[in-house]
Design a protein around this ligand. Sequence first.
Ligand SMILES: [Zn+2]
Length: 336
Amino acid sequence: MTQLKNILFTFDYELFLGKRSGSVNRCVIEPTQKLLDVLSPYKIKAIFFVDTTWLLRLKKITHGNASAKNDYDNVVGQLRYIAKLGHYIFPHLHPHWNDATYVPEINQWQLINYSRYRLHSLDKNEREQCFSDSVAILKEILGPDYKPTGYRAGGWSIQPFEDFAPLFQQHSVKYDFSVLPGSKRISSAQHYDFSDIKINRPYTFSTDVAVPGKGSYTEFPISVLSNTGINTFSEKVLLKYMSWSGSNNYGDGQSIVVETVEYTGAENGTEMVSVELLNAVKLPLYLKFLATNNYMQFISHPKMLSAHNINTFARFIKKAFDTYSIETDFEKMLPE
Ligand SMILES: [Zn+2]
């Protein structure tokens, strides 16, 4: 009998969050379509975390703006298609979208004010409003029966959980996907501390995502692998070759630039499991991780992907499905 492996494929469906958002086509529509083409033959049930704070702003400017209207219609069409394929769609909030400026000349946004990056920076009423509006726009797009049972916080900033608990309760959210075990970041925007969490499997919790125990919520932690065994020289040569041969990322925006006060994570020789970090040199590392773990959660951003990432991802999936019996539906991975 083939071994059972649980693999969660999750994608943050969003634009860039810095000086230039990038275009909707290049950051979202095109790379997402490529990913769907890879997932479909295997009947994978992936999760798409949709930046609803962006969609709410975009929708507001569609009146009398043909480019914005076209972008919004394309997103709505793609989200409905994603839902039809059987994938999950859950909200993903970056409240600083409320401070973004639209630049009509390039049909992109500028996000330079990060003072409202975290939900924590809003007061209780504003948090409720932001979350309710997010659920409402997904309902409007996906139909009145749509239910946001899962959530991923923008920038992993799910702490303090007491900010979220009333919102989760109100909207029947039971599953969180924000924890990056072993990582800690305190910056002018993000704020999280998962340094004490070392678990690579779903666990229940009650009042604190970083404290596993009895409770009505389930955390699906993002997987973290050790990259110390990797041949960094080969990787550098590969990446250099890729950029020389014109295999650049789809996304055309700029990432958020923040002042980081404290950070632990990648420097310790670990990194999150992600399609945008996967390349030909790292493929054996990903397969080895799968061989030694029964649970593996990918966190990926379509805006960060190159054609090479997606091709390597397709090779990973083929090998995984050839070797193991694979479960991709998170609802079938619930802890007892
Ligand atoms: Zn995000």
